[in-house]
Write a protein that binds this ligand. Structure first.
Ligand code: PEP
Ligand code: MN
Length: 338
């Protein structure tokens, strides 16, 4: 971290600041110019409050030269992390060249629905099954999910197909209910629910962390850091679009987040073209583009009867449409491998 001091700062003022920094275990390198003094702060600067330092009368500006995330940082862990989801012969690896397709309905609605969709997506190449049981809905009057019963139905679909299951958690008190869940999703609305993230950091299960509605890439990585700092290193990041002013799509899919994250972190990166676009016909081109841009996988909403879906029908693919997307994605992967 670099702190540029204001012109005319006295030696006493500077010494006070340096003494305080050293008390925080930060070593200080002083560069004294004709007009300005620049302090190089060396050590673990993650604990330094950059706003507090910039706000001091004698400080003109402060810049970070290293990122505040450590565990998620590729600098300290150059190899890609490979996260294993599920157990035994049905375990699926994600990251480091292992591509995963997670597919299934927005919400689990009935036993018949989830098992029908699970079988269909498996036949078309999906390697994990998604389905919301606890749903974060904008309106309290909308379908809130089947909750604990939804988790039981997902377990039945896992037994019927062997697909590991992915579902969203909204409350740390629900963790005991998630015993059979293989990959716990933190949805966009909870990306900065720090108490939930801390609790998930104490778990062993892998976590799928979705980017917040208007979160920066750094904020996403800092949220991953919360989980990892607690000891759970099995984090998969998910780009699902960010809020914009346009109304033709639900969100704006930030495809550049894939290569940017690839450089910054060793964690696997998957893309959700369904929530990013909100429109079924846009899912295929965006799934293909995300694959071409280097994603480690996709999460796609598929429903047996989108028109009558209890949640997110407009962006849900039919099993036939999903089959087509899956084939196109696999063709792109073959080209990338050449
Ligand atoms: C979901 O995956 O069903 C969901 C609610 O996604 P997001 O948190 O990205 O909106
Ligand atoms: Mn949804």
């Amino acid at each position: 971290m670099i702190a540029v001091l204001r012109n005319g700062v006295t030696k006493d003022q500077m010494d006070n600041l340096i003494t305080w920094l050293r008390s925080q275990n930060i070593d200080v390198h002083i560069s004294q110019g004709a007009y300005q003094t620049v302090l190089g702060l060396i050590g673990d600067t993650t604990k330094i409050d950059i706003d507090l330092l910039s706000g001091l009368d004698i400080v003109e500006s402060v810049m970070r030269v290293t990122e505040p995330f450590k565990s998620a940082n590729r600098k300290f862990h150059p190899d890609d992390t490979v996260v294993t989801v599920g157990e035994g012969e049905n375990a699926v690896k994600i990251g480091g060249g292992n591509f995963a397709i997670i597919a299934g309905p927005c919400s689990v609605e009935s036993e018949e629905q989830i098992i029908t969709v699970a079988k269909a997506v498996k036949a078309s190449g999906a390697t994990l099954l998604r389905g919301g049981a606890f749903k974060p809905r904008t309106s309290p009057y909308d379908f809130q999910g089947l909750r604990a019963e939804g988790l039981e139905l997902l377990t039945k679909a896992k037994e019927a197909t062997g697909l590991p299951i992915v579902t969203e958690i909204m409350n740390a008190d629900h963790i005991p209910l998630f015993e059979n869940v293989d990959l716990i999703q933190v949805g966009a609305r909870n990306m900065q629910n720090f108490e939930l993230l801390k609790e998930l950091g104490r778990q062993k299960k892998p976590i799928l962390l979705k980017r917040g509605l208007a979160a920066t890439i750094k904020e996403l990585l800092m949220s991953a850091e919360y989980i990892m700092a607690g000891g759970n290193e099995n984090v998969i990041l998910c780009e699902r679009g960010i809020r914009s002013y346009d109304t033709y799509t639900r969100n704006v899919l930030d495809l550049s987040a894939i290569p940017v994250l690839r450089g910054l972190t060793h964690l696997p990166i998957i893309v959700d073209p369904s929530h990013a676009t909100g429109v079924a016909k846009l899912v295929k081109p965006m799934a293909m583009a995300a694959t071409a841009a280097g994603a480690d996988g996709l999460i796609i909403e598929v429903h047996n009867d989108p028109k009558n879906a209890l949640c997110d029908g407009a962006q849900s693919l039919t099993p036939e449409q999903f089959d087509d997307v899956s084939k196109r994605v696999s063709e792109i992967r073959k080209i990338l491998a050449k």
